[in-house]
Design a protein around this ligand. Structure first.
Ligand code: CDP
Ligand code: CDP
Length: 233
């Protein structure tokens, strides 16, 4: 094996992937790859350019030429900054507008093909904790550790309500967020290409009622167990 380890973390919206993945990466000294931020950045760019979602040639051109940078400063795990084509979109990609449209853009084969290629190139030397929907199944099928994070729809909607930022605050009810999450889960898990599903060799962790440090510790201990068994094997 000539690369450093890879940890794959998949699961539906609001399961805790971003938060926990950042902490796991920080504590293990690995890089953090937020693939959802890449799909969100492309979606922001398509909306900004006013491209019709059915105009696949225009989207293909945009995604093949766009420059996405994910910059995390090591000491500050909360501060992943996202740039696309020279513009910082760290906040903008979390808006309800981008969130409502990202699953449609992420279902386009041309978008997935290009972003997966970039993700694999980015992690070619390993040493990465990557999170998304298809990491364990498609992007890094030979990852050393695969985690599938889940939580009930109610719990995930409650978390999202607390996370709403800026002008989105107070504009949407818990019921609406539950409906949005269910719709996105359904779109993500029924699309043809690389749908959201648990890899056969992934370990499921239901995070209902568990704190962020508890989930983080659980993954780190699973990783250490896995690493010592790989050494012995
Ligand atoms: O943070 P949240 O769970 O809401 O979503 P995200 O991880 O930022 O991903 C946003 C959307 O991008 C998802 O709902 C998927 O439609 C898409 N996505 C994907 O298709 N494949 C990935 N590996 C990551 C995200
Ligand atoms: O990336 P994903 O959409 O899977 O979830 P996230 O953005 O990491 O987490 C959504 C929200 O749930 C954040 O506000 C987390 O702080 C919170 N969370 C929690 O309350 N308990 C957990 N065990 C995990 C996340």
């Amino acid at each position: 094996r000539n690369r450093r380890p890879i940890i794959a973390i998949d699961g539906p919206a609001g399961a805790g992937k971003s938060t926990v993945t950042r902490l796991v990466a920080q504590q293990l000294g690995l890089m953090y790859l937020d693939t959802g931020a890449m799909y969100r950045a492309v979606t922001w760019r398509v909306l900004q350019a006013g491209i019709d979602f059915t105009d696949e040639p225009a989207i293909a051109e945009l995604v093949s030429q766009c420059q996405i940078s994910l910059i995390s400063s090591g000491s500050q795990p909360q501060s992943l900054r996202v740039w696309i084509d020279g513009k910082e979109v760290t906040q903008a990609i979390r808006s309800l507008d981008v969130t409502a449209n990202v699953s449609a853009i992420a279902a386009l084969p041309v978008v997935r093909h290009e972003l997966v290629k970039q993700q694999q190139r980015w992690a070619s030397k390993g040493g990465v904790v990557a999170e998304g929907r298809d990491i364990g199944t498609h992007v890094f099928p030979d990852a050393e550790l695969k985690i599938f994070l889940t939580a009930s729809v109610q719990e995930r909607a409650r978390r999202r309500l607390q996370d709403l930022q800026g002008e989105d605050q107070g504009t949407v009810s818990l019921e609406q967020l539950e409906a949005d999450i269910q719709l996105r889960d359904q779109r993500d898990s029924t699309r043809t290409l690389a749908p959201l599903r648990q890899a056969a060799d992934a370990i499921e962790i239901n995070t209902d009622g568990f704190t962020i440090p508890e989930v983080t510790d659980k993954i780190i201990s699973l990783y250490h167990k896995k690493a010592s068994s790989l050494h012995q094997g």
